[in-house]
Design a protein around this ligand. Sequence first.
Ligand code: NAG
Ligand code: NAG
Ligand code: NAG
Ligand code: NAG
Length: 503
Amino acid sequence: MDNTLALLSILLAVCGVVHAQTERPHILFILADDLGWSDIGYNNPYVITPTLDTLAQDGVIFNQSYALPACTPSRASLMTGYFAYRTGLQHDVLVKNRPTGLPLHFTILPQKLKEQGYSTYMVGKWHLGFCKDEYTPNGRGFDHFYGFYTAAGDYYTHTTGPKNFLDLREDFTPDRDQGGVYSSDLFSEKAANYVANHDTSKPLFMYYSLQSVHGPLQVPEKYLDKYLFVKNLGRRTKLGMITAMDDSVAVLVEAFKEHGLWNNTLLIFQSDNGGPANENNFGNNWPLRGSKKTLWEGGTRVVTFAHGPMLEKTGYVNNEMMHIVDWFPTLVNLTGGESDSDMDGLNLWDTISKGDPSPRTEFVYNIDEEDDIPRQAIRVGDYKLIHGKAGNPSHWVPPPENYCLGEAENGRIFKNYTRLFNLKDDPTERNDLSKAMPKKVEEMLARLEELKEKTYPVLHAPALNKESSPARFGGLWNLLIAILPILGVEVLYGENLLSDTCQ
Ligand SMILES: *[C@@H]1O[C@H](CO)[C@@H](O)[C@H](O)[C@H]1NC(C)=O
Ligand SMILES: *[C@@H]1O[C@H](CO)[C@@H](O)[C@H](O)[C@H]1NC(C)=O
Ligand SMILES: *[C@@H]1O[C@H](CO)[C@@H](O)[C@H](O)[C@H]1NC(C)=O
Ligand SMILES: *[C@@H]1O[C@H](CO)[C@@H](O)[C@H](O)[C@H]1NC(C)=O
């Protein structure tokens, strides 16, 4: 009798746990900007990121996770579940006076999660267009937005060139009062605020899209002081920015804990592309080849980890293949929704949560045929084919803080070339097999051609100059007509010129 009761209570307890775990999780998706492979503590012991390292080590580190080589294409893929070449945003990044955005026929991730009953918040960088309100985060499924629309700006003034106009707002209202507040502090405070005010009867989705650690190189002095052993001031500053980012994540995680959300939160952290390993930016991707904006592994294989109580297997490094397009169907499925069957992304939940073999066996690095020499690469199994221009720099750059790793080595720059690598044997792309394996090359070229049929043409909206000048919009980077009355700015021209040019 006693035994039966004990058994019953154990069963009830177990069922209780199971019930709690099947409750839909809160999702905290943290996207770092331009964080390189060797720019996090768990890949480079000189980098001070205790919060991120602990989260990663208590969760799952993904060692073969890919993204596009630049901000806009990567964000387009994350938000749609389609490879960038199927979104029109495969070519470079959106410049701020280009009147276009992520095409509106896509139902994007926050819209999908909202359908599932989620409250949706975004803090930080958007960079998917803003020339009419349908293109902005608020127009695309985020209940609340605090952050900026363009690519980059000053970390303290929140302005961006060429004449330093403001790019910072809460929903549609410009925030002119944050001069002097460093962006990673500002954003964690605003995000923590959303968490504090969240109606806990609903699941929460937060897209925390950090400005860190994109250029310009700016950081509060106290972070520079942690890296006095680094001689190179540019690299020292970049490392300080990374540690400031780590603190920003710590503040946000604390808010999730304080408000009782943490025990049911799935945290995902990843970089949008590789680090810009150049003398202006000092990102680092060692030992990978190349840099941001290249199709080399250094531009596309990115720092990624997940953490949360719903992960069944944790505390290890997962070597399964995954791509940023996969988050869309994975998260949508996890929350009870369905994704288009035509979508490039795959539901990788069993790979992520249990370490099962990945259903992904191939992916498109990018297909961009805008220039004379196309930039395209695909992965099939262990092989990678680059056809055309991989992009520069094609160097192997050791992190400046660790001279033991050697000198930077130039990769030969081929302008128009077909290269084949076996990434399993040669993850740093040193050994071109294209001559030795012509059959494989032929096979992969044929696959590339096949995939190309699904291309969505690059969006061509000519950049506006005078018409889009923030001087006409209350000193804000903003092509929105709608905001003028809010700002109390008189509309000085008669016709709705910009809405018409916004494609
Ligand atoms: C998380 O903690 C809260 C309060 O501490 C509790 O009500 C809730 O059931 C817990 N959720 C899970 C999934 O354990
Ligand atoms: C989620 O994925 C699982 C496994 O593939 C599938 O059985 C289930 O039907 C999916 N759920 C929805 C709502 O599509
Ligand atoms: C690049 O190489 C391909 C195949 O080798 C060739 O067809 C094409 O014309 C070349 N393009 C340029 C701009 O040289
Ligand atoms: C991560 O991948 C590299 C290959 O690029 C491999 O050498 C390394 O062993 C992997 N790390 C772990 C811990 O599996």
